[in-house]
Design a protein around this ligand. Structure first.
Ligand SMILES: Nc1ncnc2c1ncn2[C@@H]1O[C@H](COP(=O)(O)OP(=O)(O)OP(=O)(O)O)[C@@H](O)[C@H]1O
Ligand SMILES: [Mg+2]
Length: 370
């Protein structure tokens, strides 16, 4: 699968940009703040229908403009003649997504068609921040791999929102409280939550060894690492847990038990990565998570995901860069997009890589081949 071209209109710091891309390696070179990461984010939109960095889509509209468009043409085994994906947003309206000009009914229908994996300096947030970050990460990965998981997650979250609204209303005395409604919601929620946690547990069985191998390769096997799933489920009965926690849920006006409270545990030499590992070890840990993600996506689908490498040369020591580039050189990856501030450094790093390389110079919201 390749992204052949990319076009932007009023996206972040770009007025207008249009690029023909290499099926091999695409390098975006420019100073800090010039718009390199924004290009990767535009590609992230085409793959996952949203930004990798901002939670609100309206922040992607160029300041002073009132809409943005990101458009890209993909070719793949599924669409050998090419398919044009377009994401657009006009302020105050709903985001629109089309394939060959036909609207998708739901954004979710697009997820997984053109997978991408982004490795960025923010990845260590996965380690440093709270459990929500990790749940989002694994859920998004599983959603790209398995459409049924995505559907399940959407349904679970919708029911959970309703349940929390009921609990909130019950706390607010001006409203009556309909316990039967809560019980009816729980009847639907319980099997979904049970299934969600079982799927996460099963997924981790596949993911953990792949992750471990990538960490060992990247770090030369110096530390022992482990990723595991922490949940009250599976193994317990979610319906029973919901009943057992009902009083507490009322008191706190939210649902205190369920897969939305799960976590993923990251250990290095049996200690928490967050407090024990060095910065470089944390970076390597995060990169290994992403490489495992890439491998699983590539093996379960017909095509290799796009690989987006943001500021990779800035963050790793030479040995680790060399190991990563070995993967680039030996065809582990498909199409690659990388950013750097220094053209010479990029050229040196890629000197022994034989794929088609295209270099682009990025300057304050404009981008052109070097
Ligand atoms: N909605 C927007 N409107 C206008 N400018 C924006 C918008 N969103 C982001 N920007 C600007 O885009 C600029 C470029 O951001 P980007 O993160 O792509 O830079 P970069 O080239 O990756 O820099 P670095 O080397 O520091 O990582 C930033 O200065 C930011 O202020
Ligand atoms: Mg950047």
């Amino acid at each position: 699968m390749t992204l052949d071209s990319l076009q932007l209109l009023f996206f972040k710091n770009y007025d207008e940009a249009s690029l023909r891309l290499s099926p091999g390696i695409n390098c975006f070179i420019g100073d800090n703040g010039s718009g390199k990461t924004n290009l990767l984010d535009a590609i992230h939109y085409l793959s996952l229908t949203k930004s990798a960095f901002t939670t609100s889509d309206s922040q992607s509209i160029k300041q002073g403009a009132d809409f943005f468009v990101v458009k890209g043409k993909f070719t793949s085994e599924l669409a050998p003649a090419g398919e044009t994906i377009q994401v657009s947003l006009r302020s105050g309206q709903k985001k629109a997504l089309t394939h060959d000009k036909q609207p998708y009914e739901r954004m979710a229908d697009h997820i997984g068609r053109y997978p991408a994996v982004l490795i960025s300096p923010y990845d260590t947030d996965l380690i440093r921040q709270g459990s929500e970050e990790r749940r989002k990460y694994f859920d998004s990965l599983m959603a790209q791999l398995d459409h049924e998981f995505l559907e399940l997650l959407i349904m679970y979250n919708a029911l959970l929102r309703q349940r929390n609204a009921v609990l909130k209303q019950a706390g607010d005395r001006s409203h009556g409280f309909d316990r039967d409604y809560l019980l009816a919601l729980d009847e639907q929620l319980a099997p979904l939550g049970q299934q969600l946690s079982e799927l996460r547990a099963t997924f981790l069985v596949d993911f953990a060894p792949v992750f471990r191998r990538h960490y060992e390769q990247l770090a030369d096997g110096r530390e022992q690492v482990l990723v595991s799933y922490k949940s009250q489920l599976p193994g317990a009965d979610f319906a029973q847990l919901l009943r057992a926690n009902e009083r507490r849920d009322f008191a706190l006006q939210r649902s205190t038990t369920g897969p939305h409270r799960d976590d993923f545990v990251f250990l290095m030499d049996e200690l928490p990565v967050k407090s024990y590992a060095s910065q470089g070890q944390q970076k390597s840990f995060a990169i290994a998570l992403k490489l495992a993600q890439f491998e699983l996506l590539a093996s379960r689908q017909q095509h290799k995901p796009l690989l987006l490498l943001d500021d990779i040369f800035d963050r790793l020591d030479d040995k680790r860069i060399a190991r990563l580039l070995e993967l680039v050189a030996n065809d582990t990856f498909g199409q690659v997009f990388l950013t750097d501030t220094n053209l010479q450094r990029t050229d040196q790093a890629l000197a022994r890589v034989s794929s088609d390389i295209l270099r682009f110079r990025v300057q304050q919201g404009s981008v052109a081949p070097v």
